[in-house]
Design a protein around this ligand. Structure first.
Ligand SMILES: Cc1ncc(COP(=O)(O)O)c(C=O)c1O
Length: 429
């Protein structure tokens, strides 16, 4: 591993704790390693030379778990499918936001999700999963995992049935529950799932041998700023870094963070599957992390303005924006316990069906018609026929994904420009 002297890992100034946004500018990187360069260079290399054969042997022994790590020892650099300086600095900085002991960067959000699931689940296991989830995740759970003998039981986010308690009972009857997988807020409905309740359910499912299911939370929509799943008892927090963390719609990456004991087997499988993030992508993410708080705060403020405009528009039937949860909404208490802000991605439903939704999408001039979210630019899409089209129409409706629904990711443009664009587009549907 890159060996930055301790001063580059200081988290306080004379007892004053430094916040993550400050640490994003330098934590884990020693400029003296790279000619004094303020920014960490891209270590665009597939492999690393060993000073001696003994070093090579020792690095491999550690990487392959053939011996214990020494108390002050850091793993040596071997090969970029195992480790790389840009990757390791990125993983340390990601961990600061989520207060995670360890973290792993992946080549995509789906690589993070699938590698984590395959490292935890075994043939015959049951996966308990919240619905709806991102279409790719749904496909993995419905179509790929069953090929490996892994069964699944769904429970509903928000007010969707079945609830967690019923799903736990169903799962208990089917076999050992290996993992509880949660996406909250759910893509695209913003339905919430109670992470602490999932952690309690996992404890209640402890086996005679003391093992319990692990809890994984996809925190792509609100994290890492507005929701910290590890604080609520999750074992893994997972990201599509492609979205807010990358933030510029110019890379694909993912992450999984948690305690070292939970993360270690995932790291081992990542090395063998080769689902690691490449050095250039890690470098881009280090750049992105420096502005993460500013970007997420700015887009969140813009989204509030846009959501308020949409809620007052006669051609908009419903706006699924977390900032609008009223006192009568059963989700309000959970939102207040679990989330710090409503984020900037939400769906809304227009008066009519697919035809009206498509007319809106086709008329927009500033907001771009594209899947993905969390970038500097505003993006809009139609979940039923795009991101969630893998899900059969009947099941889509059960999950609240209707033909008139569009999903909007609000970016950093001037909010009045976005509102003007939506106003002219809505006028023509
Ligand atoms: C909530 C969520 N999780 C995971 C993913 C998958 O991420 P990636 O496209 O980086 O593989 C997405 C992609 O849209 C997503 O929205």
């Amino acid at each position: 591993m890159f060996h930055p002297p301790r001063k580059y890992r200081h988290r306080d100034v004379q007892g004053h704790p430094l916040r993550p946004e400050t640490l994003m500018m330098g934590y884990g990187y020693d400029p003296q390693f790279s000619e004094g360069a303020v920014k960490c260079p891209i270590f665009q290399t597939s492999t690393f030379t060993f000073k001696t054969a003994e070093d090579g042997k020792s690095f491999f022994q550690l990487a392959y778990g053939l011996r214990e790590q020494g108390p002050a020892e850091e793993p040596g650099l071997i090969y970029s499918r195992v480790n790389n300086p840009d990757l390791e600095i990125l993983e340390e900085r990601l961990g600061l936001w989520d207060e995670a002991e360890s973290g792993l960067a992946f080549s995509s959000g789906m690589a993070a999700i699938s590698t984590t699931m395959f490292s935890v689940l075994r043939p015959g296991d049951v996966l308990l999963a919240s619905a709806p989830v991102y279409g790719g995740t749904e496909f993995l759970i419905e179509n790929i995992l069953p090929q490996f003998g892994i069964k699944r039981v769904w429970f509903g986010a928000g007010s969707l049935e079945p609830g967690l308690a019923d799903a736990v009972e169903t799962a208990r009857g089917l076999g050992r529950v290996g993992l509880i997988y949660v996406e909250t807020p759910a893509n695209p409905t913003n339905g919430l799932v109670d992470i602490a309740a999932c952690a309690a359910a996992a404890r209640s499912l402890r086996n005679a041998d003391g093992r319990r299911p692990l809890v994984a939370v996809d925190n792509t929509f609100l994290g890492p700023l507005w929701q910290r799943p590890l604080r609520h008892g999750a074992d893994f927090v997972i990201y599509s870094l492609t979205k807010y963390v990358g933030g510029h719609s110019d890379l694909i990456a993912g992450a999984c963070l948690g305690t070292e004991s939970a993360i270690a087997p995932v790291r081992g499988l990542r090395t063998i599957l080769g689902t690691i993030a490449d050095p250039h992508t890690c470098w881009l993410l280090l750049r992105s992390l420096e502005t993460l708080k500013l970007r997420m705060t700015g887009s969140m403020e813009n989204a509030r303005r846009v959501a308020e405009f949409l809620a007052g528009h006669p051609k908009v039937k419903a706006v699924h924006y977390l900032g609008f949860l009223g006192p009568a909404d059963p989700q309000l208490g959970l939102y207040q316990r679990q989330c710090q802000a409503p984020g900037s991605t939400f769906s809304f439903e227009v008066d009519g069906g697919e035809a009206e939704a498509f007319r809106l999408l086709n008329r927009l001039e500033v907001i771009k018609l594209a899947v993905s979210l969390g970038g500097t630019e505003s993006l809009i899409e139609h979940p039923a026929t795009m991101t969630h089209s893998d899900i059969p129409p009947g099941r889509q409706l059960e999950m609240g994904i209707t033909p008139s629904m569009v999903r909007l990711s609000v970016g950093l443009e001037h909010p009045e420009d976005l509102i003007a664009d939506l106003r002219q587009a809505l006028a023509g549907i």
